[in-house]
Design a protein. Structure first.
Length: 147
């Protein structure tokens, strides 16, 4: 029962993040022109989808695809976390930079700071996804913290 509650919490948290990405991102980083361009271009939702998808897919890959006794230590989980917090902002930066260039905006510094925030968001989402789905893994369910 506890495992299903954790799964439901992870799904609900992620859905709420996807429903309110503007509020999440703008509460932690706001720059007048940049934030207006992100909001008007509906880029917040796309960045949120990219970040959430990468975080959940990385967790699924670790717990169900890799799922190896040789790769079930906390530092292996940490490697996947680092990959996630580097990959999600990189992909969303590429999208944001392309979209801003199409609109003839030059917000390089603001995009950099926004992606630093997105690294934190990706980390939180990966941790939540990990604790939501790890319980059904046959080999990695004790990672990163034993039951």
């Amino acid at each position: 029962m506890r495992n299903l509650i954790l799964l439901a919490f992870g799904i609900v948290f992620t859905i709420l993040f996807l429903i309110f990405p503007t509020q999440v991102y703008e509460n932690f980083y706001f720059s007048q022109g940049f934030s207006d361009a992100m909001y008007n271009g509906s880029m917040y939702i796309v960045v949120a989808i990219i970040t959430a998808a990468i975080a959940w897919v990385a967790a699924v890959i670790y717990y169900y695809v890799i799922n190896s006794v040789k790769f079930d230590r906390w530092w292996h989980w940490l490697i996947i976390l680092v990959i996630t917090i580097l990959l999600a902002p990189t992909v969303s930066w590429a999208y944001t930079d392309y979209d801003m260039a199409q609109q003839n905006y030059m917000y390089d510094k603001e995009t950099f700071y926004f992606e630093l925030l997105n690294m934190c968001v990706a980390a939180v989402l990966f941790i939540i996804a990990s604790f939501s789905i790890r319980w059904w893994s046959s080999n990695c369910r004790h990672t990163p913290i034993p039951q």
